[in-house]
Design a protein. Structure first.
Length: 368
């Protein structure tokens, strides 16, 4: 006990006792919540048998939004929602752990996005390519997949969009991850003798200005992932890697320079893919892919129904069609759920105009 504590009559004792009491109450309430979750699982199992769905994206989104609305601080809304996400993740693992495939290897931003969305009690399974993530989900080997779809500074991930065209999977959710890149070195790295920097091509592009200013003569080597870059550096004395916190921790690397991305608000959007359709949560997005006939004004005609019915478009991307010279497909995200009457009406109009319309899914807008 410090002299200051003695002089003040040790006022901290009362506060610490109150914290102990609150911790006991929190423990009891979390245990009670877990017990109720077990009962929910039993009811679902009895009603639906082996096909029971324990993870409900729309329900989790509603719970997290309600928590954020009721939160009065001092923790901010996102921090409070993150705590409840982990509680829900742990409770769900009692019922049935969620298995999630992601673009690996271990330590990538995609794994970080998967854990942000599903919580750390989910079982994350690394895949070596985006199409492998799709195949694992389609085969039922995992419950969901997580794939990157766009970066705020480098644009869309075309491989993800192209894979959706021939996939039967649905988009079940989204998560936006703030991307912070660090320059990492291993314990044997001679920092004054660095001759190459490893990273994924997109990460190298996102840190181009910093690299030009601080390491202009160093060779930039693109590898399959930031985690692979970190793995390589651990065994070399003359190289560094650009990667995030998870890769630094996983491979026990030193962060030599923090947050070296050129854009301070650099972020990547990831999509959650699964086999089920998601009911409306109250604040949703819908994603579609549309093939248009090759005629002048096709894009204008395609967008007109959204404008006429005041549907908010959040993203539109164009990709060349795999069949037909100079034909294109359009990937469109907009606010609303496909079961909303107004959205259904717009989709019918678009279907009449298009050569083909495919709804990729309606899903809750990202909460965290």
């Amino acid at each position: 006990m410090s002299t200051q504590d003695k002089d003040q009559g040790n006022p901290l004792d009362g506060l610490r006792q109150r914290i102990d009491q609150l911790d006991t109450s929190i423990l009891q309430l979390i245990s009670e919540r877990a017990s109720v979750a077990q009962k929910v699982a039993e009811v679902k199992q009895a009603a639906e048998g082996g096909g029971a769905l324990f993870y409900r994206p729309e329900r989790e989104a509603q719970v997290l939004r309600a928590i954020m609305e009721k939160n009065n601080g001092p923790l901010d809304d996102e921090e409070m929602a993150r705590l409840f996400r982990e509680i829900m993740s742990a409770c769900l693992a009692i019922e049935q752990p969620v298995r999630v495939a992601y673009l690996g290897p271990e330590g990538t931003f995609t794994q970080q996005a998967a854990l942000k969305h599903f919580g750390h009690s989910a079982v994350s399974v690394p895949m070596s390519a985006i199409d492998e993530v799709f195949r694992e989900v389609e085969a039922g080997a995992v419950n969901y997949g997580v794939v990157p779809v766009e970066n705020s500074s480098e644009g869309v991930v075309n491989h993800t969009l192209d894979t959706f065209v021939n996939s039967s999977l649905n988009i079940c959710g989204e998560v936006v991850l703030r991307i912070h890149h660090h320059l990492l070195c291993g314990e044997n790295t001679r920092k004054d003798k660095i001759t190459r920097v490893y990273s994924h091509a997109q990460s190298l592009a996102q840190c181009r200005k910093w690299l030009d200013a601080h390491l202009p003569m160093v060779e930039k080597v693109a590898v399959s992932s930031n985690a692979e870059a970190a793995r390589r550096v651990r065994g070399e004395w003359n190289s560094a890697a650009i990667a995030g916190d998870m890769a630094a921790d996983l491979y026990d690397l030193e962060i030599v320079a923090e947050k070296i991305e050129d854009e301070p608000d650099n972020s990547t959007r990831f999509l959650i893919i699964g086999n089920q359709k998601v009911p409306a949560s109250g604040a949703d997005k819908t994603s579609v892919v549309v093939s248009m006939r090759n005629k002048p004004g096709s894009l204008h005609r395609l967008l007109a129904p959204f404008h006429c019915h005041d549907i908010d478009l959040t993203r539109i991307e164009t990709r060349p069609a795999r069949s037909g010279t100079w034909n294109y497909v359009f990937f469109i995200d907009f606010s609303g759920h496909q079961d909303d009457p107004r959205v259904r009406y717009v989709l019918r109009e678009v279907e009449d105009l298009a050569a083909e319309l495919k709804v990729l899914g309606s899903y809750p807008k990202g909460v965290l």
